[in-house]
Design a protein around this ligand. Structure first.
Ligand code: SF4
Length: 414
């Protein structure tokens, strides 16, 4: 089935008829698809899933004869830019009959990836220029990004670190754990370490335990975080043994990365449940992507479903200006419209912070729809989620009061 792109273009519209919001919120298994005769023990083994990833055009064409010419050309070129890899589990979420399938768009290369706009960059967040030792990014005062590997279970076509992950473009990433750990030891202001990559959960339990133990032994490191897309690409990795190991290192938070409600399968829900049962607070980071989740109804289904998986929607990222991603980038205006459609209309816990990572290394900048219409010494004029105008008085006497403005419906009042 081909979904007409125009049918997805207006953020306030009803979602496409084939994806009614209630259906989007249902949990389903990814199923076994082409791998129906694989023994359960293999299918549920994360190492089997990794070993049987789809990594070549030939495999992809055999499994998906509906590949478009743009996808064939993109896949032929992928090994010079960002490798192709899809786990069998995640492949089963693709609708081969839908050219605009939101899962397909995230992991199957397209020839547009080779088109670089003048404003696009290979390192849009300026990480390399904030890297005091290989594999460590120190951009904010009290926290560091600790890159552990350049490998992921599958590769996202819009990855902001596509310069280094998969090593297809020859970045030759070599983190130096000794120097990374020593840097943190020498910088008492670092109280928060975020392990990322590549995906840290690709390490064996033993290797990850060793690394976490060394970081936990640094007295001024108060807080550890792991950024991972493994629970979405490879939920089989979230074993009881992994959860028991992670549990030793509290406070340890895990940030997952999910972009579409269809990614939240029963397998993912169960894996996230195991992490939550181990006492690990879970947050989600999404990237706003064109024809993937740039629709209010899709985003609402995603954030509500995340809460049912015990995950707090944390950030919604404007897609970075990574080279070759313009076909996947939605506009900031669309992002603001989606945020406006969430705020006040669903549980506050479900509403992520929309951010733009300032190009060149300025860090995350929150962007919000306009709720403060004007502000002076005495009062603030506010717009609520229904578009109604209120004023909040800030005079010293009487005490601050909140009152509905009956007569003022324009910011010119103040
Ligand atoms: S999982 Fe993360 S690091 Fe890996 S390709 Fe996707 S966005 Fe990039």
């Amino acid at each position: 089935m081909h979904t007409d792109p125009e049918s997805l273009s207006a953020p306030g519209d009803e979602p496409p008829a084939c994806r009614p919001s209630q259906l989007l919120k249902e949990f389903h298994s990814a199923g076994r698809g082409f791998w129906h005769d694989v023994p359960d023990a293999d299918w549920n083994d994360w190492r089997w899933q990794l070993k049987h990833r789809i990594t070549t055009l030939e495999q992809l064409q055999r499994l998906m004869p509906t590949l478009t010419p743009e996808e064939v050309a993109g896949t032929q070129l992928a090994n010079q830019k960002l490798a192709l890899a899809i786990t069998p589990y995640f492949f089963n979420l693709i609708d081969p009959a839908d050219e605009l399938c939101p899962i397909r768009r995230q992991v199957i290369p397209r020839v547009e990836e080779t088109h670089t706009a003048a404003w696009e960059m290979s390192d849009p967040c300026g990480e390399d220029s904030h890297s005091p030792v290989p594999g460590l990014v120190h951009r904010y005062p009290d926290r560091v990004l600790f890159l552990v590997t350049d490998r992921c279970a599958a590769y996202c076509r819009y990855c902001t670190r596509s310069r280094l992950v998969s090593n297809a473009s020859g970045y030759d990433f070599h983190p130096d754990f000794e120097r990374q750990i020593e840097y943190i030891r020498q910088h008492p202001e670092v109280r928060d370490v975020l392990l990322s990559g590549g995906d840290p959960l690709l390490f064996s339990d033993d290797k990850l335990e060793h690394l976490l133990a060394r970081l936990r032994a640094i007295p001024h490191v108060e807080f550890l975080r792991i950024g991972t897309r493994i629970p979405i690409f490879l939920p089989q990795r979230i074993t009881p043994e992994l959860c028991a190991m992670l549990k030793q290192f509290h406070p340890l938070f895990v940030s997952i990365h999910s972009n579409h409600p269809r990614e939240l399968t029963t397998e993912v829900r169960d894996g996230l449940g195991r992490l939550a049962d181990a006492g690990i607070p879970l947050g989600n980071q999404s990237v706003l992507l064109r024809h993937v989740n740039d629709h209010a109804e899709v985003m609402r289904a995603l954030v509500q479903k995340l809460l049912r998986c015990r995950v707090k929607p944390y950030y919604l990222y404007q897609c970075d200006l990574i080279a070759g991603s313009s076909h996947l980038r939605a506009s900031v205006r669309r992002g603001l419209e989606i945020m406006d459609a969430l705020r006040g209309k669903t549980t506050g816990y479900a509403v992520p912070q929309y951010v733009i990572d300032a190009p060149g290394g300025g860090g995350k900048v929150p962007v919000n729809p306009e709720y403060v219409l004007s502000h002076n010494r005495d009062r603030v004029v506010l717009r609520n989620y229904e578009g109604k105008i209120f004023e909040y008085i800030e005079g010293a006497h009487p005490a601050p009061a909140f009152k509905r403005s009956e007569n003022f419906d324009s910011p010119e009042f103040v």
